[in-house]
Design a binder for this molecule. Structure first.
Ligand SMILES: Nc1ncnc2c1ncn2[C@@H]1O[C@H](COP(=O)(O)OP(=O)(O)O)[C@@H](O)[C@H]1O
Ligand SMILES: [Mg+2]
Length: 443
């Protein structure tokens, strides 16, 4: 992409309405624009990151055996009357009436709809197990939308739903999602800790929130610090094998959100030097809820003994749009964003220090073409702006690598590579710089 052609409306001033770094940086770097409270347009730079996050979430869902589909954003109120949630959901639900006076709503979640779809087609234990998911916009009329995409009203969520014969089988689906989440967040450059969360009236131990630590997080959390650096299981996990040990290894250690916090147990079970109390951002939430919806909505399957019983379900959410904010909170400095390579909007920023200079232009075009062919998704700053402005803008948008090309260096055939995360600079021959960037030698 050439910057002269791109749409990158960076702001010089720090927007006063933004209270946390990620919100400020997303506005300043021209990633989002607020259209109404908690409702954002995704500008091209932000949209590129959103798509990358979405794709990683998708790949890890698929790897874990979940199957993608797409449900609509608009739903019939009657569906929610079946589960009894239409009246209970309250003011957070955006209710809509169509031209035929039919009551509808903009979906805040999809348990009812997926249960309705499942019951229409699946009648036997032989249709099980199944995990279905979609990545779709949700609307929740939050009382206090804030922190940009962190707590929006319209937001993108991956929500998966599992269907099993009984609790023992449902636990396997739960474990698949548990492990998939660890790998997903790891690929996104995040250290997300599964923490015990409230299961409400259903009880049991099968609800975890995945939390990344950040001072600006909305949740208060308590955990054994060992969990923070435990690392992910890795992409070669056998999802058809027994995942329980991987799950137990983590759930054996104390980690709870404030609703579930037991101060005495924390003090007793966690050595003092490992007692971490901090703030965190909920980026995912997994939940086994048994037959709550299948009972209410009559979603039954025949078991081997011929008896029909309600199917056991779980739901598994990831806040895809919230993750942009979460990743920035974890990876930024005073100058701007520092994207992990896996989600960076572009792989390399090429700075032409003297656009219009024949030699500099030609060198930049050559570098661009090699990096483009190598799949590095280069962004070439070919604008006529001053060097200082170009450096600041490139730092602000936070691409992992910068290739700086100017007439002075070119006299000796040289260019500079800057690693955004560390600030390290390497002066190299232009050819070396380009080929090493193309090979990913600086990763
Ligand atoms: N208002 C919101 N804005 C952005 N992301 C949200 C919002 N509400 C929920 N999410 C994301 O969706 C995931 C699943 O939502 P869920 O657990 O149902 O929401 P909640 O915890 O608010 O009840 C959450 O873990 C979070 O990452
Ligand atoms: Mg939640």
């Amino acid at each position: 992409m050439r910057l002269s052609r791109f749409f990158l409306p960076v702001l010089k001033e720090t927007p006063s309405e933004a209270q946390i770094a990620s919100h400020r940086l997303m506005l300043r770097a021209g990633m989002i624009r607020q259209e109404a409270a908690g409702i954002y347009a995704w500008l091209p730079l932000g949209f590129r990151v959103l798509k990358k996050i979405e794709q990683i979430v998708r790949e890890e869902q698929d790897r874990a055996g979940a199957v993608e589909m797409l449900m609509p954003t608009l739903q019939l109120a009657d569906l929610w009357r079946e589960s009894g949630r239409y009246d209970g959901y309250g003011e957070e639900m955006l209710r809509i009436v169509d031209r035929h006076d039919r009551e509808m709503l903009y979906g805040p979640t999809n348990e009812e709809m997926i249960t309705e779809i499942f019951r229409a087609y699946s009648k036997s234990y032989k249709d099980l197990p199944k995990i279905l998911y979609h990545i779709q916009w949700k609307f929740r009329d939050e009382r206090r939308p804030r922190f940009g995409v962190m707590r929006g009203r319209e937001f993108l969520m991956k929500d998966a739903y599992s269907f099993d014969m009984d609790e023992a089988h449902a636990r396997k689906a739960y474990n698949r999602m548990f492990v998939a989440y660890l790998n997903t967040f790891d690929r996104l450059g995040l250290k997300a800790v599964p923490m015990r969360a409230d299961t409400g009236p259903i009880g049991g131990d099968l609800s975890h929130e995945f939390i990344i630590l950040a001072e600006t997080g909305e949740s208060e959390v308590f955990c054994d610090s060992t969990l923070i650096d435990m690392g992910a299981p890795g992409l070669d996990v056998d999802f058809d094998g027994d995942l329980q040990p991987l799950v137990d290894q983590r759930t054996a250690l104390y980690a709870a959100t404030d609703e579930m916090h037991e101060p005495e147990r924390f003090a007793r079970d966690v050595p003092a030097e490992r007692q971490l109390s901090a703030r965190g951002i909920e980026v995912g939430h997994i939940f086994y809820f048994g037959t709550k919806y299948s009972d209410a909505m009559n979603a039954k399957v025949a078991h081997p003994d011929g008896q029909e019983r309600p199917v056991h379900m779980g739901s598994y959410g990831v806040g895809v749009s919230r993750l942009l904010g979460g990743i920035i909170e974890a990876h930024h400095d005073d100058a701007g964003c520092i994207w992990p390579e896996s989600v960076a909007p572009f792989g390399v920023g090429i700075i032409n220090l003297k656009a219009g200079d024949e030699e500099a232009d030609a060198a930049c075009e050559r570098a661009y073409s090699v990096l483009d062919t190598a799949g590095k998704e280069p962004l070439l700053d070919d604008t006529g702006d001053r060097g200082g402005a170009k450096f600041a803008r490139m730092d602000l948008i936070g691409l992992p690598y910068q290739l700086i090309i100017g007439p002075r260096g070119l006299k000796d055939g040289k260019a500079e590579v800057k690693i955004r995360a560390t600030g390290e600079r390497h002066e190299l021959s232009l050819d070396d710089a380009v080929s090493r960037l193309a090979e990913g030698a600086f990763s």
